[in-house]
Write a protein that binds this ligand. Structure first.
Ligand code: S3P
Length: 426
């Protein structure tokens, strides 16, 4: 596909709903008692995988007037699936569902697409096994397809060896069903949507900095959820409008949960102009107004990494336009995302003229460099594909993207939305 060109972005946009919260709204709805209604659910491939997995598990999920209704009957209401569960491309779906099924009375098999079937599962299998879960790789020890047989679980004290919200969430879902009190010590604070939603669905959980304590045997009650816009989708415009001259974009009601706003901190440090207005504190959302700015390099490392892990490819693009050398380190987790995002980011941006080196745990980017036309590839990864479309806006030459359909994973209307904001003469 030939990518869109255009030198300025102007206008207002409602970005798609948050992917992490949309997944969890279905999961919590399914394991709670009573009806959950979700407003502004993200209808993109990943979250539709979560819906279809829970439908396979016998949960009644319907759509009416754009809202999703889930009729939850608790974990005990889940039914044995007749076919292998299909998590598609979604790491969140497979890892969190393992935590839910660990304490159920079911046996199920679960797998995903080619990319997901290569992603490590040992990180969730280890703590869940420690809790008493029975799970095994069908072809290889810690890769999908996996077979899980629910069993009675006991609480654990678990110090996480990696910062991962998916691993933490899988343990929390299992802990809700375990006997006793589970404590989790996070390596670094990662997104806390699961903890927030446990409270929202009437559960009890204590969070003291990186220590989380939760008791088993809790009953959750269905709720009404409104999903804010996804800052990980807004990220593409935050960077695009910053690096394209004469640009100003307003992104409506974007989620600003502090465990997700690392990109705002980094862009501020780089000299970007991003204003938060119309703040809705109850829903943790705000309109973000971003204007063109001259960016300078920075170092992105340590505790901020989990707060912007999905935004690193687009931040790497920002760094190609910033003055000086930007260093990204402590980001080895990027290697086990939908693709190896360290390699994919460097490889594809290098084709367009960027000066990027890979390191074992990140990237070194020398800027500013003009970008030029090329044939690039999303590697089947939605965030790499979207980053490359923003990169294409920086050149008048043709940029051809292979596997553009990857954007459907989190943002099916991405190219249409970019086209809406492009203004040629400003
Ligand atoms: C997610 C957690 C992160 C993130 C992913 C969504 C979640 O993964 O990269 O896109 O919803 O919990 P890790 O937990 O593997 O870091």
């Amino acid at each position: 596909m030939k990518l869109l060109s255009g030198k300025h972005l102007q206008g207002e946009l409602v970005v798609p709903a948050d992917k992490s919260i949309s997944h969890r709204s279905i999961m919590f709805g399914a394991i709670s008692h009573g009806k959950t209604t979700v407003t502004n659910f993200l209808k993109a491939e990943d979250c539709l995988s979560t819906i279809s997995v829970f439908k396979q598990l016998g949960v009644d999920i319907t759509e009416e007037n754009g809202q999703i209704h889930i009729h939850g009957q608790g974990v005990e209401g889940l039914q044995t699936p007749t076919t292998r569960l299909d998590a598609g491309n979604s790491g969140t779906t497979i890892r969190l569902i393992l935590g839910i099924l660990a304490g159920s009375k079911l046996t199920a098999e679960i797998a995903g697409d080619e990319s997901l079937n290569r992603r490590p599962m040992e990180r969730v299998m280890r703590p869940l096994r420690e809790m008493g879960a029975h799970l095994e790789g069908i072809n290889q020890p810690d890769l999908p397809p996996l077979r899980i047989t629910g069993s009675s679980l006991k609480a654990i004290d678990y110090a996480m060896p990696i910062a991962s919200a998916q691993v933490k969430s899988a343990i929390l879902f299992a802990a809700l069903q375990a006997e006793g009190e589970t404590t989790i010590l996070e390596k670094e604070k990662s997104r806390n949507h699961t903890e927030e939603m446990i409270k929202q669905f009437g559960g009890e959980i204590t969070v003291e900095d990186k220590k989380i304590t939760i008791s088993g045997g809790q009953q959750l009650i269905g709720q009404e959820i409104t999903v804010p816009g996804d800052i990980s989708s807004a990220a593409f415009y935050l960077v695009a409008a910053s690096i394209l001259p004469n640009s100003q974009v307003t992104l409506k009601q974007v989620g600003i949960n502090p465990t997700r706003t690392g990109i705002l901190d980094v862009l501020a440090e780089m000299g970007a102009s991003i204003q938060q207005v119309a703040i809705d504190s109850q829903n943790q959302a705000a309109d973000l107004i971003v204007r063109s700015a001259t960016l300078k390099s920075c170092t992105i490392e340590g505790a901020i990494i989990p707060r912007l892990i999905d935004e690193l490819p687009i931040l790497a693009l920002a760094a190609t336009q910033a003055t000086g050398t930007t260093i990204i380190r402590d980001a080895q987790e990027l290697k086990v995302k939908e693709t190896n995002r360290i390699d994919a980011t460097a490889k594809e941006l290098t084709k367009m003229g960027a000066a990027i080196e890979t390191t074992p745990d990140g990237l070194i980017i020398h800027g500013p460099t003009p970008l030029h036309g090329a044939i690039v590839d999303s590697h089947g990864d939605h965030r790499i594909g979207m980053m490359l479309q923003i990169a294409a806006l920086l050149t008048d030459e043709a940029v051809e993207l292979k596997q553009p359909e990857a954007v459907n994973i989190s943002y099916p209307t991405f190219f249409k939305d970019v086209a809406k904001l492009i203004k040629e003469d400003v």
